[in-house]
Design a protein around this ligand. Structure first.
Ligand SMILES: Cc1ncc(COP(=O)(O)OP(=O)(O)O)c(N)n1
Ligand SMILES: Cc1ncsc1CCOP(=O)(O)O
Length: 451
């Protein structure tokens, strides 16, 4: 039977910290929907700060891992990472020659923490045995300098070096990565089929442990899926830029790239869209006319942290929910970026209570707030408030700062998490009640109690 899922093989070392090596490669393969296969070359005891032990696997066992998966399952594309010593390099070269899958070579030499991952005497073996088999070699600045014997200070130097490595080793293509080359952008230079191509992205703040591994794994996964080389690199560049920006802030050293962001953000966005759309429909059907303020109601649901960074990451109702005769109607559909005020409120709230990602605003009246306080006492809900008259002048003067200040003030006012925050308005500002919950369902439950 024809195999439906594509497969990618990583021939690399294990990083016990889960940031680089085999672990990074497998997460990357999964992010692209490709089944990952492994041939472990070396087991490292490693964290974000250091490599504290290295145990190399016997070369024949490395070769046997490749053979075992290639013979039974089949390999659509493969990559190499940490190969550690010359014997492993020779065993890998001899084995992969028996198959015709594309091979991406990440010439791993030194860990971010500074530890050597390739013996000094094995660099020549890498050049002699592995690079000639490569569909693509992916050195960073320092690896490219080592492979070429030349210094790289600019994108122009990177071009000369990429061409030199390809011509001297017989590698089909070489991409010299620009993360360590000076400039505001990370410019990667590809030499392929006698021509150059530049891949540009802003140098983003974030986490970089495992970037080389994840980038080469992303290219491999996309080659396995049938993309051409240049297209596969284009996707991988976007993937790694997002992964660095969304990196997991763990450990005390170089924090790791987040390979899941690529798949998690779109998946979460879809779940949020569905859940919020259903909740808005239910809110309309309850028809809570007396709860709709003059400015209208919005109902929001944010991406989880660390993905929620701006109001664009919060879904809301476009055009808000309004009174229409005797009924309550959403003006437009649920969209990300459709809310400003309520989105800023929920983003501030999440700084204190990250799981509470949904909120709705309803009309303030003395009667409604008294009912809320009564229900809150019965059900154990907490209510807090902020008073715009207490707002410091410097906050007033700053565009968009009132709501974050107000939510923070209300949260700090009481010792426990407030389910409901209200404010009494100001000149030209309608007073408002904001109801928070972990998700739209929880917010709706609270609203239903008021009806
Ligand atoms: C087992 C293992 N393989 C590769 C690396 C290199 O990862 P890192 O240190 O983050 O550097 P790049 O990913 O940028 O090449 C490693 N540390 N461990
Ligand atoms: C005016 C206002 N203030 C708090 S919620 C709200 C209404 C909803 O505003 P948005 O649609 O910008 O979230």
């Amino acid at each position: 039977m024809k195999r439906l899922v594509k497969t990618a093989l990583t021939i690399a070392g294990s990083d016990s910290g889960g940031g680089a090596g085999i672990e990074a490669d497998l997460k990357t393969f999964t992010a692209f929907g490709v089944h990952g296969l492994v041939a472990i070359t070396s087991v490292t005891a490693q964290n974000t700060q250091a490599v504290t032990a290295i145990h190399d696997i016997p070369p024949e066992v490395v070769a046997e891992q490749i053979r075992a998966v290639a013979e039974d399952i089949g390999v659509d594309a493969a990559k190499t990472g940490m190969l550690s010593n010359a014997e492993i390099i020779k065993a890998v070269a001899k084995t992969v020659k028996n198959y015709d899958f594309p091979l991406v070579v990440d010439p791993v030499m030194i860990a971010k923490s500074g530890a050597p991952l390739l013996r000094e005497d094995a660099v020549d073996a890498l050049i002699k045995y592995i690079l000639p088999l490569a569909t693509l070699v992916t050195p960073n600045r320092f690896e490219a300098e080592k492979l070429s014997g030349m210094k790289i200070r600019s994108v122009e130097d990177a071009k000369i070096v990429a061409k030199k490595i390809a011509e001297e080793t017989g590698a089909e293509a070489v991409i010299v990565k620009g993360g360590h080359i000076e400039g505001e952008e990370a410019v990667d230079v590809l030499y392929h089929n006698g021509t150059f191509r530049e891949y540009r992205a802003p140098k983003v703040e974030g986490c970089t442990h495992g970037t080389g591994c994840s980038f080469s794994a992303a290219i491999t996964a996309n080659l396995a899926k049938g993309l051409g080389l240049e297209e596969a690199i284009e996707v991988a560049k976007k993937f790694i830029t997002l992964g660095i920006a969304m990196g997991h802030r763990i450990g005390h050293g170089h924090c790791p790239v987040n390979q899941s962001a690529w798949i998690e953000i779109p998946a979460e966005k879809w779940r949020i869209y569905e859940e919020l759309t259903n909740a808005v429909r239910e809110f309309e059907s309850i028809n809570p006319v007396r709860l709709i303020p003059e400015v209208g109601t919005n109902f929001v649901y944010s991406l989880p942290l660390p993905y929620a960074r701006s109001t664009k990451d919060v879904a809301g109702v476009k055009g808000r929910i309004v009174k229409y005769g005797n009924s309550v109607k959403a003006v437009g559909p649920v969209e990300f970026g459709a809310s400003d005020h309520l989105a800023r409120a929920v983003l501030t709230y999440m700084r204190f209570y990250p799981e509470y990602r949904s909120a709705i605003n309803i009309r303030y009246s003395r009667e409604i707030i008294e009912e809320i306080i009564e229900i809150a006492q019965e059900r154990g809900f907490k209510v807090s408030f902020y008073d715009r008259r207490e707002e410091p002048e410097e906050i007033k003067a700053k565009e968009g700062a009132t709501i974050p200040w107000g939510i923070e003030t209300a949260i700090k006012r009481i010792k426990e998490r407030p389910d409901i925050i209200y404010h009494l308005g100001d000149v030209g500002k309608e007073p408002m009640i904001l109801v928070f919950g972990r998700n739209p369902r929880e917010v709706l439950e609270k609203i239903k109690m008021l009806i």
